[in-house]
Design a protein around this ligand. Sequence first.
Ligand code: FEO
Length: 173
Amino acid sequence: MISAPVSKALNKQIELEGSSSQFYLAMASWAETQGLNGIAAFLYQHADEERMHMLKLIRFVNERGGHGVIPMLKQPPVTFKSVKSVFEEILKHEIRVTAEINGLVDATLKVKDYTTHNFLQWYVSEQIEEEALARQIVDKLKLIGDDKGGLYFFDRDLEQLSKTEASGEGNEA
Ligand code: FEO
């Protein structure tokens, strides 16, 4: 049985994963309206992954005798300054998610909830991948700078990456 404080903390994480999904969905929709279909495909897929992160938490809380609460979410931004700023925001966001996950891991150890601690290890690994990927993309975009041709190929690369991930060759999520 999950304790009330751990359940509350996991519900906060449910909300964060849900809002991450909405955030990436807003970025995907914006990219699509800019004709950046590869970037949009990648971001739509990322939004799905975040929803899966939320769902995994809801199911875990319920399995352990708690109640996963479906959160009300704020509207994410509608437009974005540039592709580079989108990915910089993603990196910043993922660093924040990692900090939250680490805080949760710490909280479970303090109350000796080893089951939840074990469950959270999946998120710890996932965050390493998510941060690394966001960092790689931001670095690539720095190289591209204002080169329109470079952005065209970058868009194609991300389309390819989302296909690879969808076929299961990428990370587990
Ligand atoms: Fe679910 Fe991107 O953290």
